[in-house]
Design a protein around this ligand. Sequence first.
Ligand code: NAD
Ligand code: MG
Length: 397
Amino acid sequence: MIQTLTVLGATGSIGQSTLDVVRRHPDRYRIFALSAARSVARMRDDIAEFSPRFAVMTDAQAAADLRSSLPAGCRTEILTGGDALSMIASHTDVNVVMAAIVGAAGLLPTLAAAEAGKRVLLANKESLVMAGPLFMQAVRAGGATLLPIDSEHNAIFQALPQSYDGDFAAHGIRKILLTASGGPFRGYRAAQLESVTPAQAVAHPNWSMGQKISVDSATLMNKGLELIEACFLFNCVPDDIQVVVHPQSVIHSMVQYCDGSVIAQLGQPDMRTPIAYGLAWPERIDAGVQSLDLFSIARLDFTPPDEMTFPCLSLAKQAFNAGGTMPAVLNAANEVAVDAFLREQIPFSVIPTLIARVMAQHEVQPVQHLADVMAADQWARDCALAQSATVPGRVNL
Ligand code: NAD
Ligand code: MG
């Protein structure tokens, strides 16, 4: 049976890679809906190619521009607003939802897809970091199938036993080995980080990605968010996870078992591999990705992370251990800090300082409802904005 697909964040790096895999398998997948914030030209081209029933532009002006740029007779309905995003994520005619919006903006539609029992391909790690227990509960209650797309978590999913149900001991699991490339500033000392620019930070050595996750990779916050993501996905705690810096990004993560075995997933640093795996699971389909040439790779290196120079990883562990609203606060403060850095308002080295200050001011609350998460997110954004106005090195534009 042909699968119908909604791609949230279709114009981004993951969204476009998803459309490339779908393009190769017209017999298996049909696009039901696409969404973006404001990339009108990209969306117009994707509508022409995939003829979705709906396209949602969250920016109202972009929706109006898109409508007026479509050729006469185009049958795609253009919508705008948050409710429209949740509608295309939960519509009864949709089987699969690719959650590839960046940041907290992805939470509500991704949750809607989980509640509606869809096959949810989760790239938007921020939604799980913010609302992990609520999100996993929604997956269970809705009967959704949650497949991790983040390359590390996809690798771990592939290396775990098929029957894994969240019990490390019962499956003889000793540790998850979460690999990290180390980002563009691997090996830098703290003093060297003070003068790095946004252009240097987004130039990732191995992966081509959106701006926000590229900066997160440079600060190691991406690994911190991924550590929290792994704890929620695989029902474990930070002590069950060893971060391993592996600069070649050939091994995408590993699982260590009690008999001494380590099972790893290897591949090109190309997100079409985990995307194709999520789309077809438990089958496999062509992703358009070449096989690895081990002889040209020749060697693989491994070192421990430098948590002193890159404190964001420890901040993330602290946030998970504090629990309740703290992971949402970490995530929101990070989004504000990264945005300020990309606008050249704060230096790179202030990103962790700002997040630590916001976390230090937060009184952790238990999370019972989505409103608790949204309130913590808003509080942390306000606090981070106020703090960023006073941090040393701030540039007022
Ligand atoms: P990107 O910046 O390239 O694309 C983001 C998409 O979200 C775009 O379509 C954009 O229009 C849309 N968007 C942005 N802000 C929005 C808002 N406020 N409301 C609605 N839509 C909005 O990002 P990306 O690199 O594709 O990453 C997407 C998600 O996938 C992130 O959560 C990231 O952490 C995760 N991820 C990405 C990669 C990667 O290789 N790029 C790998 C693993 C995980
Ligand atoms: Mg990743």
